[in-house]
Write a protein that binds this ligand. Structure first.
Ligand SMILES: O=P(O)(O)O[C@@H]1[C@@H](OP(=O)(O)O)[C@H](OP(=O)(O)O)[C@H](O)[C@H](OP(=O)(O)O)[C@H]1OP(=O)(O)O
Ligand SMILES: Nc1ncnc2c1ncn2[C@@H]1O[C@H](COP(=O)(O)OP(=O)(O)OP(=O)(O)O)[C@@H](O)[C@H]1O
Length: 357
């Protein structure tokens, strides 16, 4: 599938590995309509007239409600073609179709799309502080000159009443290579370490939900997690809805099941050439995109939740994963015995459960 010339891409957001664009197609009228005589010739009286979507070209139907997601040129990313192949064969079969952001390949070669998008990114970077779109920490990295990009389901709000929420569930179980009597889970240990570094450079701490609270049977734990997922000003009704979703959804428990099953040894021991380990690390860094039609305050609104950012992790990340795990163990972040000067609060599920017993 290729998009027609004159398609306009507007920057939406980016992460460490990909840039995501909204797609604005050339107006449908630009596609030559069938002539009146052709229409008469093709449709008999008893045949129903084709609707706009029946006559729309392939590119129009395939790119409706889609975003373009393109890979950055980094040693840790793989061409979309190979990551899409892994997604099709290994990842998509793990979930129901409505539990994941659907994706398909789109050709980027036709009219130097990447070249044009990179020119725009470079121009913004050169503009320095005048470029408000690109976060400063993302500057200096550009798109890979790939044959293909991905069309992904657009999970942004589709009208003014939709609410959207995005979060990463991260490690839904303790790391298998963490100390046995750890006082923090993998993610809380990591966040504590990161907040100590932030404090060292004068930045405020980030507060993130403990993944174990996301899947806890205790309502109190889930309320705690829901408050941290939602923006600070969210209403009690919204917090209650998110708390209820955390209890009733099957997505997170399925995700946790796969994370556990695919890596039983943890980053210190597991073989990075083992596809299962790469998959487990992929599932420990995916994103939940939620869209609530009618908003969080409408108790009847339907919640759509899909996992995205499911690109198979590269083996190139091995050293980073090993170094991270070693530091969390050796510097005492798992055990909450970090040096006094770096001391961080411990709000991890593991710690709160230990105090309760
Ligand atoms: O190491 P982590 O837990 O900080 O996760 C990284 C993410 O950071 P965050 O989720 O914000 O903590 C990080 O995300 P951000 O840079 O924070 O957007 C990436 O997702 C990174 O993966 P990759 O290098 O793009 O393959 C992620 O790396 P891995 O999942 O490969 O460890
Ligand atoms: N399907 C989608 N619908 C709506 N917004 C999206 C979608 N995919 C990505 N985005 C937006 O673009 C941002 C970056 O996308 P994505 O998470 O795919 O990038 P990434 O580089 O793979 O992320 P990471 O930094 O986690 O590696 C997301 O945080 C989100 O705001």
């Amino acid at each position: 599938m290729a998009l027609p010339p004159e398609t306009y891409f507007s920057y939406l957001a980016e992460g460490a590995a990909n840039v995501v664009y909204r797609i604005q197609l050339p107006h449908l009228q630009a596609v030559p309509p069938p002539s009146i005589t052709e229409e008469y010739e093709e449709y008999e009286d008893d045949e129903s007239q084709p609707t706009e979507s029946d006559i729309a070209p392939d590119w129009l139907q395939s790119s409706e409600n889609k975003l373009l997601r393109v890979r950055k040129d980094l040693p840790t990313t793989q061409p979309c073609e190979s990551s899409h192949h892994a997604w099709l064969s290994l990842i998509a079969p793990m979930f129901e179709p409505d539990q994941i952001v659907q994706q398909s390949l789109v050709s980027l070669r036709a009219w130097n799309i990447i070249d044009q998008l990179n020119k725009e990114l470079r121009r913004w970077d050169q503009d320095g502080h005048r470029s408000k779109l690109r976060p400063s920490k993302r500057r200096g990295v550009y798109l890979a000159d790939d044959e293909y990009g991905l069309l992904v389901d657009d999970m942004t709000s589709q009208n003014s009443t939709d609410a959207v929420v995005e979060f990463k569930p991260k490690w839904l179980s303790q790391s298998p290579s963490a100390p046995k009597d750890a006082k923090r889970c993998r993610q809380c240990a990591y966040v504590a370490q990161r907040n100590a570094k932030r404090a060292g450079s004068g930045k405020p701490p980030t507060e993130e939900p403990c993944p174990l609270d996301l899947i806890s049977v205790s309502k109190q734990d889930r309320i705690k997690a829901a408050r941290l997922i939602l923006p600070p000003q969210e209403s009690q009704i919204a917090i209650a809805r998110m708390t209820e979703w955390l209890a009733s959804n099957s997505l997170l428990s399925r995700l946790r099941g796969y994370q556990n099953h695919l890596d039983k040894n943890g980053p210190l021991v597991s073989d990075v050439n083992d596809e299962n380990f790469q998959l487990a690390m992929t599932l420990r860094d995916c994103t939940v995109f939620m869209r609530i039609r009618g908003g969080m305050n409408d108790p009847n609104s339907a919640i759509e939740a899909r996992l995205g950012d499911l690109d198979l992790k590269s083996k190139e990340k091995r050293q980073y994963w090993v170094d991270t795990e070693k530091a969390l163990i050796n510097e005492g972040w798992y055990m909450a015995t970090e040096l006094e000067t770096f001391r961080q609060p411990n709000n991890c599920h593991i710690c709160s459960k230990q105090y309760q017993t």
